[in-house]
Design a protein around this ligand. Structure first.
Ligand code: GLU
Length: 583
């Protein structure tokens, strides 16, 4: 009988192999393992068992191709093609964190609709990641939908950031993908302008809004005196006629606004008849998506109210700083007879030692993915893992009080996640390096695993001697008269240290001996390569250090994480170039 071809058994082996190779690579620091991928493929499609040889060839080829990709590329591809596999990786952590979240009032299983609504005037940073993670975490908790909504209706003061270098819309999507936040629907407000116009018109018809032609300073006088301005009394017909003229472009910036009727005696003057739409001269400040097609723009509060209703949002989780906006928005819901979503305000997440406000970050004029910045892209460049951001955000939860954490807290969490992922290599900073010369009468061998807890990842073997051996070690560890243990290699007694060169003698090779002598266990490099390590110091500040490192680092793929033993965790950025994440 003829052997069935792949399609006959309904499985695309190549696809299956790619999915599991990517998932395996993402799980284990960028390198997939043929055996593990084979096992996954076979368990998903047991009907392939009789064709193991053929499958293995495909798996081997696919694993080689995947392992040649940068880890970021692997994660991106996996997230794009099989997002559920990325989910799997984070599922456990999320389950733990998500379950600990307090219940949302009135939330029903399977029926919540949440939204993350960034303004694309900048990329995401630790502060703005918080509503993204929290909204998604609640979507996971209850099931339902998460909406991604770009709130970009202020082309003048909160201009969407779209330049040759960065497109904030795409950068935010990328940030979310990296975080593992998945959304079910996406909207861009600047592409929905007719919806806002239509609702503005309905408010005017109902007598719930009016076209105000007061000069701004005049209006302020009425507002502060809690008195209606003369335009408030216009009839719907008058307002509709004025509205048409506003849309036709008869009024310039500041000459006409649409105000929603609230309560002119409201204790907070900013709530009194707030502006729902205004004129923005887009011939001067064109919108990056719609150019100068519109000159009348809804304010944040108006567009949000209309959208939250039309999109069926059931719960709004937003920062405390928006609490007055929630009050303002309540008037739109009341005028239309809509039900306002349940709103929960959480406190600010202040990060000590890192500028957080968008305006401050923007004013620094650095690339948004600079490794010294607390933008998600910056943290990513530096080597922070999304799991660490999740844990930090979930630990702050939705408490209304402000929470202060330091970058050191984030790094402590990150270390926990990097530790199993990052393979270990030896590195000595060049400015601190001392050449240690000693004689050995036998060959010394060191078989050093890439990671002591994951021996299956492999090892590299050093064979030094017999005869004269030269290695580089950190200067602060060598002192005449002391015995040091060169990690996994030998114990050496230091006889002299002078001018960056130390001479010593082999003392022994056993670890027990080193322990008995209380010899410090130190890293060493032999026939090293020179690498550059970028060390972020503070926002906008970094130094570059040249170091001597193991040649095996050459075969680490760009984008991978490594641990420089007794030094810190780093991410490979390019050939012989690393960024230090933290110690
Ligand atoms: N676009 C608003 C922001 O970025 C969303 C606030 C909200 O309504 O949740 O702060």
């Amino acid at each position: 009988m003829a052997r069935p071809v792949s399609t006959d058994v309904g499985v695309n082996i190549e696809e299956l192999a790619l999915k599991h190779a990517l998932a395996n690579a993402v799980k284990y620091g960028g390198r997939a393992d043929v055996k593990a991928v084979m096992a996954r493929v076979m368990s998903e499609a047991p009907e392939l068992r009789p064709r193991a040889r053929e499958v293995r060839e495909i798996v081997e080829r696919t694993v080689a191709r995947v392992n040649a990709m940068a880890p970021e590329e692997q994660a991106r591809l996996l997230g794009e093609r099989w997002p559920e596999m990325l989910e799997e990786r984070r599922a456990e952590q999320k389950r733990a964190g998500v379950e600990g979240l307090p219940e949302l009032p009135g939330a029903r299983q399977g029926a919540v609709v949440l939204r993350f609504a960034p303004n694309p005037d900048f990329v995401l940073h630790l502060g703005s990641a918080r509503p993204a993670v929290l909204n998604y975490a609640y979507k996971l908790k209850y099931g339902g939908r998460l909406i991604l909504r770009f709130e970009d209706t202020d082309p003048r003061t909160k201009r969407p950031l779209v330049t040759d270098d960065v497109n904030a819309y795409e950068a935010i999507r990328e940030d979310l993908r990296w975080l593992g936040v998945r959304w079910d629907e996406e909207y861009i407000q600047s592409l929905r302008m007719e919806v806002y116009y239509e609702h503005a018109k309905r408010l005017l018809e109902m007598g719930a809004a009016y076209v105000d032609l007061c000069r701004p300073e005049e209006w302020r006088k009425y507002r502060d005196a809690a008195r209606p301005c003369p335009h408030r009394g216009q009839s719907p017909e008058e307002n509709l006629e004025l509205w048409d003229r506003v849309l036709e472009g008869h009024f310039g910036e500041g000459d006409a606004v649409v105000r929603v009727k609230t309560d002119m005696a409201h204790q907070d003057p900013s709530v009194r008849d707030w502006v729902a739409l205004r004129v923005i001269d887009t011939t001067k400040t064109p919108h990056p998506l719609v150019g100068d097609r519109y000159i009348v723009w809804p304010t944040y509060n108006f567009a949000v109210s209309v959208d939250d209703h039309l999109m069926g949002v059931t719960h709004v989780l937003r920062a405390q700083e928006h609490s007055v906006n929630t009050v303002k928005q309540s008037y739109i819901f009341r005028h239309f007879g809509w039900r306002q979503p349940v709103t929960v305000h959480f406190g600010r997440l202040k990060i000590e030692g890192a500028a957080l406000s968008k305006s401050r970050l923007k004013s620094l004029g650095l690339r948004y993915d600079d490794e010294t910045l607390p933008t998600l892209a910056g943290l990513r460049s530096r080597g922070v893992l999304p799991e660490a951001v999740w844990e930090l955000v979930l630990s702050a939860g939705i408490k209304p009080s402000d929470a202060t954490v330091s970058l050191a807290n984030l790094f402590a969490i990150n270390r926990k996640y990097l530790e199993p992922v990052a393979n270990r290599y030896m590195y000595v900073s060049r400015s601190d390096a001392v050449k240690l010369i000693f004689e050995t009468d036998r060959e010394l061998t060191a078989a050093i695993p890439l990671h002591p807890s994951f021996r299956e990842r492999g090892e590299r073997v050093y064979r030094l001697g017999p005869g004269r051996v030269e290695v580089y070690v950190p200067g602060q560890d060598v002192e005449a008269g002391r015995v040091v243990r060169l990690m996994e290699l030998a114990n050496v007694r230091i006889d002299s240290v002078e001018g960056g060169v130390a001479h010593g003698r082999l003392h022994g090779t056993s670890l027990e001996e080193a322990r008995r002598l209380r010899a410090p266990v130190i890293q060493w490099v032999h026939s090293p390569i020179e690498v550059c390590v970028v060390k972020p110091i503070a926002v906008g500040r970094k130094v570059e250090e040249v170091g001597l490192a193991e040649p095996a680092l050459r075969s680490v793929s760009t984008g991978s994480y490594v641990q420089f033993v007794r030094y810190g965790f780093a991410k490979k950025r390019g050939p012989d170039l690393f960024v230090l994440c933290h110690d």
